[in-house]
Design a binder for this molecule. Structure first.
Ligand SMILES: C[S@@+](CC[C@H](N)C(=O)[O-])C[C@H]1O[C@@H](n2cnc3c(N)ncnc32)[C@H](O)[C@@H]1O
Length: 207
């Protein structure tokens, strides 16, 4: 990813502005344009793929989707886009002939811990030395779930265990991810039109 930085990104906070209210899009506008993107999880592509297609005209995009019906739906949706390939596989089975320079881990909320603790280490050997990684995160448990975590017990257990807090800021995420080999550059809200819900994205680079 030796292309020019588009805008400063360092330390982006959840409340950054974006014309479409997408934290993912706000960060994507500020990072070098990727060549080989690997997205894990495609439920219609609304959260990530559409923005990649719009903002990264030269990127080729491989998507892993474990559920056959969702993979088939995504393959049909993006059939006209030659640079998008949908694989109906578990992401850990992906064996590309190239190195990935942008990884997007967008598995469902209940699997956020799995994404940090298992998927990220498993996929890191596929990345370029200066690759970027987006990881879906819950950065404020109470804002996201209120008093009742319901079916999200797994992530409610994971966030304080892994990060040592239930409300995360970029410095907390940065300190935790540094020993894992990642420099955190942004922690943004996932859907900024409905602020304060506690669901976000973290963006990090290797290093
Ligand atoms: C939140 S959705 C993805 C949303 C998508 N990025 C979008 O823009 O619409 C999560 C998806 O991840 C898929 N998934 C979960 N674990 C996976 C794995 N190990 N490999 C591939 N797909 C996975 C689920 O089946 C689900 O469809």
């Amino acid at each position: 990813m030796a292309l020019m930085q588009r805008m400063p990104i360092e330390g982006l906070a959840p409340a950054i502005e974006d014309d479409r209210g997408s934290g993912f899009r706000a960060v994507l506008k500020r990072i070098p344009s990727p060549r080989h993107v690997f997205e894990v999880g495609c439920n219609g592509g609304l959260w990530s793929t559409v923005h990649l297609l719009d903002l990264c005209p030269e990127a080729s995009i491989d998507i892993a989707e474990i559920l056959p019906d969702r993979a088939a739906e995504a393959a049909e949706k993006f059939a006209a886009k030659e640079r998008v390939r949908v694989h109906n596989i578990d992401a850990v089975e992906f064996r590309p002939k190239f190195k990935i320079d942008l990884l997007i881990l967008d598995v469902q909320t209940g699997l956020i811990g799995y994404a940090f603790e298992e998927l990220l280490p498993a996929l890191t050997p596929l990345l370029t030395q200066d690759a970027g990684v987006f990881l879906y995160i819950v950065y404020d448990l109470e804002a996201a779930f209120g008093d009742d975590v319901g079916e999200y017990e797994g992530v409610a257990e994971f966030i304080p265990r892994y990060f040592g807090a239930t409300v995360l800021d970029i410095d907390i995420v940065r300190r935790r991810m540094k020993p894992e080999g990642f420099e955190t550059l942004a922690l943004v809200d996932r859907n900024m039109l409905e602020r304060g819900r506690g669901y976000g994205w973290t963006y990090m680079v290797r290093g």
